[in-house]
Design a protein around this ligand. Structure first.
Ligand code: HEC
Length: 163
């Protein structure tokens, strides 16, 4: 091996090492927005973030597609419709209103709509729009973000399907 070949080998291994370092640095600085569905900002305490599990994160996606328009102060598109419907729908973080309601009651209200449960017809039925699993995940999300925090009861959920 002559000296030119030796320099070439050195140069190639130096480049490979540099490249490896660069890749590590890229992993360390991932875009926080890519992880946005894994966490929820606490509505009352901006210093605190609530970690979401897979089902809760799916629920957050459903909420932002379907429910945010009436159940939040602001939406991804700007103002919300919340003040135009009666009665004013509870915010999804409103644990005082939503914690006492059972999962089964929520599942029925979301699936069949307000009128089927003796509530306002302005709460639409979603059973034909989103799947049963998506409704379950949106309930998991409601429970995760509730303020005050939701305390699950020891009583098991109904074994029967909603429909
Ligand atoms: C068009 C506006 C609108 C949209 C969109 C909407 N809701 Fe509602 N929702 C309402 C209104 C109005 C009420 C209040 C009903 C009442 O108290 O009579 C309500 C009430 C509720 C309640 C509380 C029921 C109770 O017994 O207090 C839950 C839970 C709920 N909605 C879930 C959802 C979910 C989940 C979605 C998305 C899949 C959704 N809503 C989308 C209007 C809406």
């Amino acid at each position: 091996m002559n000296w030119r070949a030796l320099i070439l080998v050195f140069a190639i291994s130096a480049m490979a090492t540099l490249q490896a370092c660069r890749e590590k640095a890229a992993i360390a600085t991932t875009n926080p927005l890519l992880k946005a569905y894994d966490v929820e900002q606490d509505a009352n305490d901006p210093q605190r973030v609530i970690p979401l599990n897979y089902q809760q994160a799916q629920g957050k996606r459903v909420f932002n597609n379907t429910c945010v328009w009436c159940h939040a102060e602001a939406t991804p598109a700007g103002p919300s419709n919340r003040s135009n419907v009666t009665p004013t729908p509870p915010l999804f973080t409103d644990g005082e209103t939503l914690n006492p309601l059972t999962d089964e009651f929520l599942q029925n209200t979301i699936t069949l709509g307000g009128s089927a449960m003796g509530k306002s017809t302005m709460m639409p039925p979603w059973g034909q729009t989103i799947s049963e699993d998506e409704i379950r995940s949106v309930i998991a999300y409601i429970r995760a973000v509730a303020q005050p925090p939701y305390q699950p009861t020891a009583r098991p959920a109904s074994q029967y399907p909603v429909k």
